[in-house]
Write a protein that binds this ligand. Structure first.
Ligand code: ATP
Ligand code: MG
Length: 217
């Protein structure tokens, strides 16, 4: 690792997820991360066929459509649909490799919630993620940081507190980020819809309309 290697090119923020469905927990965290880190290029990237889950509930096309609806009035947050367009399963390490190819040695910042960060050592070729991108770990309600042995060894020496450090090198550092704590999850929203409760005010109204129209969840 060489976290201090000089970089050129505009920094890119990548926020991956299943977004099944997207909600204000995702959207608020994305906006705050983009502003705190002063990123001009920030992309939400829906997982195609996520390898770490048996299945998603809504299809990739529906999840992408809901994300686009949610962001239609906020063009500063972009959608990267490459995993949905690609056939078969998508590993984040491959996706980041592709983005790295396109972006040269620009800083790439991968956003991830604390719960997902705790499970990072379950991801395909997770060691390589640090060669490709920085990690920005966003605090999430009800998730403390718990890193198991091998993960702790990787995470600990890479930790920084100054966001500016991430913009001076292409990859390899980890920044914990405080964002407004919204205890919203897609699991809970799906449960509400299933049981006939209203998820209103937890996610954008056009996304709720879409869910009802297509009878998702
Ligand atoms: P599910 O309940 O189906 O797992 P989710 O709400 O966790 O859905 P994901 O699509 O799994 O949403 O999350 C994508 C990314 O967004 C993950 O890195 C996750 O940690 C993060 N995230 C999800 N909800 C929040 C939230 N309320 N605050 C901060 N980060 C969040
Ligand atoms: Mg989740």
């Amino acid at each position: 690792m060489n976290g201090e290697m000089a970089s050129s090119g505009q920094a890119i923020g990548i926020f991956g997820g299943t977004f099944d469905p997207v909600h204000y927990g995702h959207l608020r965290a994305a906006l705050e991360a983009m502003e705190i880190l002063r990123l001009q290029d920030f992309r939400l990237l829906p997982a195609g066929t996520p390898p770490h889950r048996a299945n998603t509930y809504a299809s990739a096309d529906h999840r992408l459509a809901m994300l686009k609806l949610a962001l239609s009035r906020y063009p500063e947050l972009q959608v990267d649909d490459r995993e949905v367009r690609r056939e078969g399963s998508s590993f984040m390490v491959d996706t980041l490799g592709e983005i790295r190819q396109e972006e040269g040695d620009a800083p790439i910042l991968m956003m991830i919630g604390q719960d997902a960060a705790n499970d990072l050592d379950q991801w395909h070729e997770w060691h390589r993620l640090f060669d490709l991108a920085h990690l920005v770990i966003m605090r999430r309600p009800e998730s403390k940081h718990i890193y198991s042995g091998a993960l702790f060894e990787q995470v600990q020496p890479r930790m920084v507190n100054n966001p500016g450090r991430l913009l001076n090198s292409p990859a390899g550092l980890i920044l914990p980020l405080e964002v407004t704590q919204l205890a919203i999850s897609s699991t809970e929203i799906r449960r509400q819809i299933r049981t006939g409760l209203s998820p209103r005010f937890l996610l954008p109204a056009p996304v709720i309309d879409y869910i009802l129209e297509y009878r998702l969840y």
